[in-house]
Design a protein around this ligand. Structure first.
Ligand code: UDP
Length: 414
């Protein structure tokens, strides 16, 4: 087997036994052809994960590749509505929209069919490319649908149709038990993870922090609260602004609300406009529109923060929470989805449901600096144990071995 130099680089962070186990598992899957398919090369959590997953799978000897489906603006408007519907919003999707959805999938199938039908494993991420399976009738391998979003309480009409696409898969993966759905296939739980060596998460020089501070006009003498996320209503940027305005009455806090769009998310512009309006007249609220490759900037902003916020009202997992915890920051997050399995109340941060709740917790932390440090430390260790890429990779390898064994239907929990 080819030795993987890059995997070795993680030993210092996770220990050698973890890396050895990955190599052992990789040997059992040597040469296996795995194709991941999603709908954007950059922006959002899924692209973030595939970015490291493909090279590391290759390092382990698997023949892994990553394909991105293309689509017209209308396609992405429809899939955004599907996404919103799955997260519980009542949306109006007509038969003709679903037909359009599948026609666009067909265009992609024409291009990808030879590769997908030959692959040993095809892992389809999220709803956008889910239609591909029906369009590859001569598939040889096992197909897995990987849902990254919070589908604990979907808007039924949307789930009813999407289900007819995803129930044909051999298995599905959810980030949390609460998202599992009545499906005829085997369902696995795999929480996502971050790459501690990526530009987004690696240690930075103090000079990098200083230049980000200067570039974005962040005052070193006042506490800083940061939320990084796409401008998406479920991330509740307006609620974040409200919370900071409440804190502002009693403490000189400054807020950085930074994010960009994803190429598969057409709604961002309208949300950004609302955010700018809500922030108007407050020089302490920095709204930053970031380009898709602003990884180092995000890293620096998270490190400059005293407190990281992720006040989502729905959240599949919330990689920004993982990123904040890994940087040793207490995280105040919405009490929803994957944020709940990352933030332990009073230990690594706080779970909140309202702007008032968030404001209350920000004030508490600003008055208890020593708690902030303790929480940050606990958060970093929690991520090291549970949410680094090595754990995620191991889960995928074990899943493939389980499915290849043909006994996956007997596995109750993984
Ligand atoms: N992110 C980014 N640029 C942005 C906003 C977010 O690179 O403008 C990153 C963020 O740091 C995180 C990921 O995209 O790694 C977002 O993942 P998350 O699970 O938090 O939310 P999603 O966007 O997938 O709903």
């Amino acid at each position: 087997m080819e030795m993987s130099a890059s995997l070795a680089a993680y030993e210092a962070i996770v220990g050698s036994s973890v890396v050895r186990q990955l190599r052992n598992l990789g040997e059992k899957l040597s040469g296996v052809r795995v194709v991941h398919v999603n709908s954007t090369r950059e922006g959002g959590g899924v692209a973030e994960i595939l970015e490291w997953m493909i090279p590391l799978m290759r390092d382990l000897g698997l023949d892994a590749s990553w394909e991105v489906i293309h689509g017209s603006p209308r396609f992405f408007e429809i899939t955004k509505e599907i996404h919103n519907g799955l997260q519980g919003k009542s949306v109006d999707l007509q038969k003709k929209d679903w037909r359009y959805y599948q026609d666009e999938n067909e265009k992609n199938a024409e291009r990808l069919r030879p590769l997908l039908e030959e692959a040993d494993f095809v892992i389809i991420h999220d709803p956008q490319p889910a239609g591909l399976l029906k369009l590859c009738p001569n598939r040889k391998g096992k197909w897995i649908w990987r849902a990254h979003i919070d589908i604990s309480r979907p808007f039924r009409p949307v789930w009813k149709v999407l289900r007819t696409f995803v129930d044909k898969y051999d298995a599905s993966i959810f980030s949390m038990a609460e998202f599992a759905q009545p499906l005829p296939n085997s369902q696995f739980l795999i929480p996502p993870s971050i790459d501690p060596l990526s530009e987004k998460n690696r240690d930075l020089d103090p000079a990098d922090l200083e230049s980000a501070r200067a570039e974005y006009g962040i005052d070193p003498n006042r506490p800083t609260v940061v939320q990084i996320s796409r401008f998406d209503r479920f991330k509740d940027p307006i609620g974040v602004i409200q919370a900071c305005r409440l804190v502002r009455k009693v403490a000189p806090v400054q807020l950085v609300l930074a994010g960009g769009g994803a190429t598969d998310d057409p709604e961002g512009k309208a949300v950004l406009e609302d955010v700018i309006e809500a922030a108007e007249g407050s020089p302490d609220i920095h709204v930053l529109l970031l380009p898709p490759d602003a990884h180092k900037t995000i890293n620096a902003l998270q490190r400059l923060a005293d407190i990281v916020l992720q006040k989502s009202t729905r959240e599949g997992f919330g990689l920004t929470v993982t990123e904040g915890l890994w940087k040793g920051k207490p995280v105040i997050g919405g009490d929803v989805g994957g944020i709940r399995i990352q933030v332990t109340n009073y230990q690594t941060g706080f779970l909140v449901s309202t702007p008032e709740g968030a404001a209350h917790r920000i004030r508490y932390l600003l008055h208890h600096r020593e708690r902030m440090k303790e929480m940050g430390k606990a958060g970093r260790e929690f991520v090291r144990e549970n949410f680094l890429l090595t754990r995620n990779l191991r889960d995928y390898l074990i899943l493939m071995l389980a499915i290849r064994s043909g006994r996956e239907d007997r596995i109750i929990y993984m």
